[in-house]
Design a protein around this ligand. Structure first.
Ligand code: ATR
Length: 282
């Protein structure tokens, strides 16, 4: 037996911008858990080696971020049903028998932020998702379970979006295509194009955003993101960045690891890097 605190981390590339250590430190303080949570950078070709070393050294759990979510799904010995369905993992857990289990809390995190805090329903609405990376794989099944009227995935590489849509057609009305051909009439537009991280957005047709009532950027930053500025220019009243999703998915991971639920609202209020990036008045 050792009396070292249990060790957790977030693995990604890049990972220096991640707020997850501050979020989990607040969760641990709120709930009286003895643990540490750090950043774990990994070279693009060194995901498996870095994860193996972390767990061999006694690490208990990892969050997985860009660009390793699909690699993490391949790495885990067992997967939850939702992680298997998504083909993407954002939470790794070392079980008591040493097995590494993978789960995906991204979808639930987005849903909590959209429907709970922002009161933006999905049922019966027309939803446009921009991007087709690992994050989208995690959220599409959860969005479809809410019963949207139509969900369309648009991506620079149309084939990637089409592949995701094809995987989930049994869950609801979903289809996909490239960025240029997006039609109009969306109620909610959700951005998961990672170029926003570098402060850029690809050129998108105005029809994609015109008339929408809500815009959600799964990316967050210390100023309103390019996607949210674009939505504002097109008169979208409700706009929100992904910091709430980050905190909600973190809370779900924390619950999987520690068995207790932290108070997310207090953590979002305390740690959001740019309160003006959210519109919590809706
Ligand atoms: P994540 O796990 O966060 O979803 P990812 O798997 O790296 O990250 O996916 C990044 C997404 O951003 C993809 O949809 C990517 O489009 P492609 O599939 O065509 O690569 C999109 N993306 C990144 N940079 C982009 C850019 N400059 N213009 C348009 N789309 C971009």
């Amino acid at each position: 037996m050792t009396d070292e605190p249990d060790r957790y981390a977030v693995i990604g590339n890049p990972v220096d911008h991640s707020r997850s250590p501050a979020i989990h430190a607040m969760f641990a303080e709120q709930t009286g858990q003895r643990m540490t949570y750090t950043r774990l950078p990994a070279a693009e070709d060194a995901f498996t080696a870095t994860v193996e070393r972390f767990f061999a050294d006694g690490g208990r759990g990892l969050n997985v971020t860009l660009p390793f979510k699909q690699a993490a799904a391949a790495y885990a010995a067992t997967l939850s049903a939702r992680a298997e369905r998504a083909g993407a993992v954002n939470t790794l857990i070392r079980c008591d028998d040493g097995r590494i289990h993978g789960d995906n809390t991204d979808g639930v995190g987005l849903l909590r932020d959209l429907t709970g805090r922002l009161s933006t329903p999905i049922e019966g609405r027309r939803v446009l998702v921009l991007g087709a990376g690992g994050a989208v794989r995690g959220v599409v099944p959860v969005l479809l379970e809410q019963g949207p009227k139509h969900l369309y995935i648009a991506n620079r590489t149309a084939e990637r979006a089409e592949a995701i849509a094809a995987d989930f057609t049994d869950l609801g009305p979903v289809d996909a295509g490239g960025l240029a051909g997006i039609g109009g009439g969306w109620d909610l537009v959700i951005n998961a194009i990672s170029a926003g991280l570098a402060g850029r957005m690809p050129d998108l047709p105005a029809a994609a955003i015109a008339g929408a009532t809500a815009a959600y950027d799964m990316i967050y930053a210390d100023a309103p993101t390019p996607f949210l500025r674009w939505a504002e220019r097109h008169g979208v009243a409700r706009r929100c960045d992904g910091f709430g999703m980050l905190v909600e998915q973190a809370a779900e991971s924390f619950h999987l690891w520690r068995g207790v639920r932290p108070d997310t609202r207090a953590v979002i209020a305390a740690l959001h890097p740019a309160p003006q990036g959210r519109d919590d008045t809706v």
